[in-house]
Design a protein around this ligand. Structure first.
Ligand code: KG4
Ligand code: ZN
Length: 337
């Protein structure tokens, strides 16, 4: 079954064609970073307008790159939420029209469910059950995953998401938007022991996170070292990254231990972070566990992960109707059988 995936929940317009939920035939991502960069964050109105311009060329490009024609597509999967409503509506309305026009089924997909299923687009996916750490710009959560469609929440952030903390720290240091990649690069040049930030919630029995304290600690450091902090930017980035990564890795390993899982997954935009990938791989190795992290282009927002979820749901006989609408806030369908 060939599924067309469409993603437009935030500042990326993406389309992909995926065969049988795992073979990526094409994946096109049009990023809006250059548009939002001067504002230091995503401007919802500009994002919606850009999605409208991009959606047709992105979908057409994905179909062409797969070497297919539109009538070879068996179903459509589109991000329904959570995300920016104006942005979501562009992809969602397009998907409805495309499916109606071609007389094929379509389904609205949860963005977070998409990130979790991104590991199945790689050659060696984890067997069920496994424990997944979802780290992105909007979410930081741990789930016990028992099937493609069943996720049992174990913990989540009580304030900022990890990616949000990266973006805010980068903004404080005047490093632009989005900040994750820049801090990651800078951290590699710094000494993580030069500037120490306290690790919050480092407790093996609970799986909630808190990142606003580290973010405020960086802000305080910058305030008290106004004259010199620019010379220490790499050390600050390295210290910040070491604190975030240690907490994330510690929690996912202990969550896997608690559930008796030997396999764990790290997904979402922050899973592209080199420090995190290294640390979790090392810690998992020591614990006798195997870690599954998608390649960097499947960590950030993409439509292949949406198509993968669509495949499992359409195959199970589910589909959406013309009356269905998008949603902005997390509305995870944790246990859906
Ligand atoms: O999954 P994603 O593309 O969008 C959301 O669903 O939020 O994640 C975006 C987040 C941003 O906060 C970005 O700064 C962060 O992922 N990010 C990174 C890296 N690459 C992207 N954070 C740390 N290190 C990276 N290499
Ligand atoms: Zn995302």
């Amino acid at each position: 079954m060939i599924v067309l995936g469409i993603e437009s929940s935030c500042d990326e317009t993406a389309a992909a064609l995926v065969r049988d939920g795992h073979q990526v035939l094409s994946s096109v991502v049009a990023s809006q970073v250059a548009i939002h960069h001067p504002y230091g964050g995503v401007v919802p109105e500009l994002a919606s307008r850009k999605h409208i311009e991009a959606i047709v060329p992105v979908v057409t490009g994905a179909v062409a790159r797969a070497g297919l024609t539109a009538d070879q597509i068996d179903g459509v999967a589109v991000t329904q939420g959570p995300g920016l409503v104006g942005s979501l509506l562009v992809g969602f309305s397009f998907a409805k029209g495309f499916a109606y026009g071609h007389g094929i089924p379509w389904i609205g997909v949860d963005h977070l469910e998409g990130h979790i299923n991104s590991v199945f687009l790689e050659p060696e996916p984890p067997p069920f059950p496994f424990v997944a750490l979802l780290v992105s710009g909007g979410h930081t959560s741990i789930y016990h995953v028992t099937s493609h469609r069943e996720f049992h929440p174990m913990g989540q952030t009580r304030d900022d998401a990890a990616g949000e903390a990266y973006d805010k720290v980068a903004k404080m240091m005047g490093l632009g938007y989005p900040g994750g990649v820049v801090i990651d690069r800078l951290a590699a040049q710094g000494d993580p022991d030069k500037v120490f930030f306290t690790r919050p919630f480092l407790d093996k029995d609970q799986f909630d996170f808190s990142f606003s304290g580290i973010k405020s600690a960086v802000s305080r450091y910058i305030q008290t070292h106004k004259e010199t902090y620019r010379d220490d930017q790499a050390h600050i980035a390295a210290g910040f990254q070491a604190a975030v990564v240690e907490v994330l890795s510690y929690k996912i390993i202990h969550a896997a231990r608690e559930k008796g899982c030997r396999h764990l997954a790290v997904v979402g935009g922050v899973a592209a972070n080199r420090g995190l990938r290294q640390a979790v791989t090392l810690d998992a190795d020591e614990a006798g566990m195997t870690v599954h992290i998608p390649s960097a282009d499947l960590c950030g927002d993409n439509a292949a992960m949406v198509a993968a979820v669509g495949y499992y749901r359409l195959k199970a006989g589910e589909c959406s109707g013309m009356e269905d609408d998008v949603y902005s806030r997390v509305k995870f369908r944790p246990i859906s059988g």
